[in-house]
Design a protein around this ligand. Sequence first.
Ligand SMILES: [Zn+2]
Length: 198
Amino acid sequence: MLDGERSAFALCRPPGHHAGKDYLGGYSYLNNAAISAEAAIAAGRARIAILDVDYHHGNGTQDIFYERGDVAYASIHADPSTDYPFFWGHADEGGAGEGEGATLNLPVPRGSDWRAYEPALGRALEWIASFGPAALIISYGADTFAGDPISHFELDTRDYSPMARRIASLDLPTLIVMEGGYAVEALGQNVAEFLSGF
Ligand SMILES: [Zn+2]
């Protein structure tokens, strides 16, 4: 992506978005999205946005950039009052210090389907556009899928294509980083739908 490609896909496991600077968590050891954002900043990009569409809030990513104004973090996720990571990702967490206003948390309730999810995505995309990033990093988790064994949203395989199309409409250089997704039989198709939609 830094060499001028429109997009790239990082097919990495385990996920990374629960890992902070000095801790692991939620199957995550290395925060791939955060490492990528740092690499982009080091390569001279002034502002990077991270959009996290995994079922779970990316507490590690938020924590790493919470007081930074050059990396914006937006996340759509299960309400942390009912779901892991429980103590992070509430709507009133918006950043601090130089990062004040550069974090956006959009928790949505358990049982949400694409119709309930899409307005939050619209809000996140508007917010990212107004931040004016040079590039976008997507933390893509397919654990929003209805058949996911540890999660409680109701997205269908066919919903990942319009989700990705809406994200692509930002028209930014975009790195898509694989996060969660535990319905193993459906995971390949859910990823393929997202990538082809993008
Ligand atoms: Zn997850």
